[in-house]
Ligand binder design. Sequence first.
Ligand SMILES: Nc1nc2c(c(=O)[nH]1)N[C@H]1C(S)=C(S)[C@@H](COP(=O)(O)O)O[C@H]1N2
Ligand SMILES: [Mo]
Length: 383
Amino acid sequence: MIPREGSFTSPLRHERLTARVGSWLGVCFTICFATGLVSHWYYLDLPVVPPTRPVQGYRVTQGLHVLTGIAAIPLLLVKLWSVYPRLFAAVPWRDARALVGHGLERLSVLVLVAASIFQLVVGLANAAQWYPWAFGFRAAHYAGAWVAIGALLVHVAVKLPVIRRAYAAPLDDERSDAPDRDGPRRRTVLRAALLASAVAVVANAGQTVPWLRRVSVLAVRTGEGPQGIPINRSALAAGVTDTATDAGWRLTLVGPDGEESLTREDLLGLEQHTHELPIACVEGWSASGEWSGVRLADLLDRVGLPADADVLLTSLQTRGAFGSSRLPASFARDDLTLLALRLGGEDLDLDHGYPCRLIAPNRPGVMQTKWLTRVEPAEDVAT
Ligand SMILES: Nc1nc2c(c(=O)[nH]1)N[C@H]1C(S)=C(S)[C@@H](COP(=O)(O)O)O[C@H]1N2
Ligand SMILES: [Mo]
């Protein structure tokens, strides 16, 4: 038997609770959307590229992106719980105007709920490196973000009178004859929702906040890994184990003045620089390391690359994504941008990109290409 809206009698489900949970959810979605746009910016070929400072910028924005998405999950569930009896509300079949209004309201809520669930599920799966779907993650997650934020704006606009009314009254009725006087209070539900959200955040935040590592039991990456940094794709997975350890490995530099091929010994013979820089993965984990190697700008000067040239960095990887990346000139010329040869005072681990990898400030981990073999002006190459 299908229940009717009136069959749900708990006084806990109330617009006063829905509005307050909704506000917290709105805060999470807004931060998640804004930080998501920051991340997307790196993939766009816009005239204005992301800045190279602050060094930890992407680490913070992407950490926030994933954590606010995680925080939203319990809040969304509680909010849906507080309103789902509305699914069984009577449809005003006889009144055409009311029917249209009802239908539009239902449609906008459907879009909002579907987009929200899609974004959170797909984002969470991606952070766990689980891809049980056929579509490209980034394009779908980006499109879903606009649908969700657009539907959210419409929803808030439509519900503004209800939100106002809900906030004008206290969450719980304190009159002794109020129907909700006995049993659990709405404020308990609100606090439980916020607590669940906080627990979910703390259980994951250790992937980016070092001092939370021990309590973050759900974090996908907790800072474990060779030389104190987790591994994303290993050398084995990238199929570079032989080529990266081959004595014949060379780093080829290409520029207007010609080509130059350097061995690892050659690179170690050049002026070395050491910088503390983070690997900040789009999946939300991050870790800082002390990288040493050659300043990329010094190498570009050797082959006469102009200071305004974007650079293409290519790795030994022959299959799978992320085998190369395009580095805007401002990053290529930054003093902190290194082709790292060493990490934490040791030779770079094979899984961290030995013989040599890119490490630049304020840049997504996915673009910090490992196992480099070729550096050239990006203009020369059709991408
Ligand atoms: N060639 C290559 N470089 C790569 C990758 C890759 O798959 N292939 N993965 C990237 C990703 S997604 C991240 S987060 C960082 C992780 O670096 P680490 O494994 O040294 O921590 O490497 C990046 N560099
Ligand atoms: Mo990554």
